[in-house]
Design a binder for this molecule. Structure first.
Ligand code: AMP
Length: 132
């Protein structure tokens, strides 16, 4: 059965999309730990990030770099943090998280509750800063 992220890529499940190309896809995390928290994924469905072909993993990081730069411009923050977990969704993904302090990247704290309008506006402002 297709992963939830494959179903997002295929348009079967809605998302707040930021960007895609032929191999990668970026969208907002629906349970953000900080404003602008997004996920970058390969379209190829592989559970564990470090099982990806090394060249594909390198290209995924290059794609994530472009998203991170746009994200940093869209969200006024010190840095974009990066986290890899994959305990919930078995489709390799990288979390990109705007941060001003360690607390902004704490997955134990309650997630932000944002409206549809806030998610939509955030995705649009990241996309606007993209130089793909
Ligand atoms: P993990 O697999 O532990 O790295 O966590 C998976 C992440 O995917 C979590 O932060 C979820 O909030 C996020 N997530 C799960 N389903 C969706 C979805 N339909 N749209 C956006 N983000 C999602």
């Amino acid at each position: 059965m297709a992963s939830i992220f494959t179903r997002i890529i295929n348009g079967e499940i809605p998302c707040y999309k930021i960007a895609e190309d032929d191999r990668f896809f970026a969208f907002l995390d629906i349970n953000p730990v900080s404003k602008g928290h997004c996920l970058v994924i390969p379209k190829q469905e592989t559970d564990y990030l470090f099982d990806l072909d090394p060249a594909l993993l390198g290209s995924l990081m290059q794609f994530a770099q472009k998203i991170a730069k746009a994200l940093k411009q869209a969200e006024d923050c010190k840095r974009i943090g990066i986290t890899v977990m994959g305990l919930e969704v078995p489709h390799a993904h990288i979390h990109l998280i705007p941060m001003n302090s360690e607390a902004d990247i704490d997955f134990h704290k309650p997630k932000l509750q944002l409206t549809q309008e806030e998610f939509t506006a955030m995705a649009a402002s990241i996309t606007q800063n993209l130089l793909l």
